[in-house]
Design a protein around this ligand. Structure first.
Ligand code: MRU
Length: 374
């Protein structure tokens, strides 16, 4: 990857100058941005593999670099992958012109981008949405990619208000204690966040006491990324090992759990970062809400149930090494599914910008042509 290092503090200062937002919060940065430049318009990513130790930006000028960045999780999180898919197709159109690709090469490149990771539906959805207008030219394609990012921020802010309203009505209108898994904030989206957005909204209303952040093995999205965002946003939190989460719930230390989603099927089954289903099982036993939050772009109406979701399996080294140092007996192999599926009957509420559905109470299927939330 062509890496262009920019001190994050300097970048933040520029953003602060450019925007009207007061203080440092997670509206101050973008995980993914389109950079307009006369000769080489391109995509800029925060390299999430380096956070929080180093604040490094990747200047992405070719689709193959973007695919690398997606696969190594420099850019990650379902809605951010949707934006990456969209901007990636715009980038492909520029690259095709520069390198004089024929139509088949361009199509194959877009397909490779759309399939760079299999579980989050948003990636192929975003690439498909922009590819559908590619015949109208680069400007139209870029406008569509910008629309994906703008829609995502709008959706996230709306679902955050709806989720906070639902929780305060359901659990009690008082400062609440939460547990969350993985990273669902601005880093995982075009802006603001999903499950994180609900926590941020509760915090802004003075209704959030404490967040338990699962470390999220093996790549530590909770420890490295969610905690980084919560710190910048001034939201009280503690990081716990994933193995603590069920007990935290059963001991009554939290009032609810909230997670994001990589794919929600028509019946409400939800794929999210591996470890999510353990929270759902414990919430069911304790009798507290387990809430899934996602923009509607994460709903896959065409897939009936979670059994049909392809679960990404990643390399052994992510599990068997820690900080780059092998911690396992030489020759041992790993099982490393990146996601799990929570069945709909363990989910109290699915919150999208279109409204809140309650899988335990509502008739199936929940999503698709016909259901009231569409
Ligand atoms: O492997 P990752 O880091 O891309 O996994 C991300 C998650 O599982 C998130 O919880 C999900 O994409 C929702 S992001 C708003």
């Amino acid at each position: 990857l062509s890496v262009n290092r920019i001190a994050f503090s300097r970048y933040l200062a520029l953003r602060e100058y450019d925007t009207e937002v007061e203080g440092i919060d997670n509206t101050m940065f973008r995980a993914i941005e389109w950079i307009d430049a006369a000769a080489d318009s391109h995509i800029r990513l925060i390299d999430q593999t380096r956070l929080p130790g180093a604040e490094v930006y990747l200047e992405i000028t070719e689709v193959s670099q973007l695919i690398d960045a997606i696969q190594c999780l420099a850019v990650r999180g379902a809605p951010a992958l949707g934006a990456a898919g969209g901007y990636g197709v715009a980038l492909a159109l520029l690259e095709a012109e520069r390198k004089q690709w024929d139509a088949d090469t361009l199509t194959a490149t877009i397909d490779a981008l759309a399939n760079a990771r299999p579980t989050a539906v948003n990636l192929a959805w975003g690439a498909g949405r922009v590819a559908a207008v590619r015949a109208a030219g680069f400007d139209r394609a870029l406008a569509e990619a910008h629309a994906i990012a703008a829609d995502d921020e709008r959706s996230n802010r709306e679902l955050s208000r709806l989720g906070a309203d639902w929780l305060l009505a359901r659990v009690g209108d008082r400062p609440l204690r939460a547990v969350t898994h993985c990273n669902t904030g601005a880093l995982a989206t075009a802006a603001w966040g999903t499950a994180y957005g609900i926590l941020h909204e509760l915090h802004n209303r003075g209704k959030l006491e404490l967040v338990y952040v699962d470390e999220t093995r093996p790549l530590l999205q909770g420890t490295r990324l969610t905690s980084w965002e919560l710190h910048h946003d001034g939201i009280p939190h503690v990081v716990e090992v994933d193995g603590a989460a069920s007990s935290t719930i059963l001991r009554g230390l939290v009032d609810f759990a909230v997670i994001g989603a990589d794919r929600i099927t028509a019946n409400g089954d939800t794929a999210n970062k591996v470890g999510s289903v353990a929270l759902a099982l414990a919430c069911e036993r304790r009798g507290i809400p387990f809430v899934v939050a996602a923009p509607y772009s994460t709903v896959d109406e065409a897939t009936a149930t979670g059994d049909e979701i392809e679960i990404e399996e990643r390399g052994d080294e992510e599990v068997l090494a820690f900080g780059g140092v092998s911690v396992a007996t030489p020759g041992v192999t790993a099982f490393n599914p990146a996601f799990d599926v929570t069945p709909n009957d363990l989910i109290s509420a699915i919150v999208t910008e279109r409204g809140v559905v309650e899988p335990k109470a509502d008739a199936q299927p929940l999503f698709g042509p016909g259901p009231a939330t569409n």
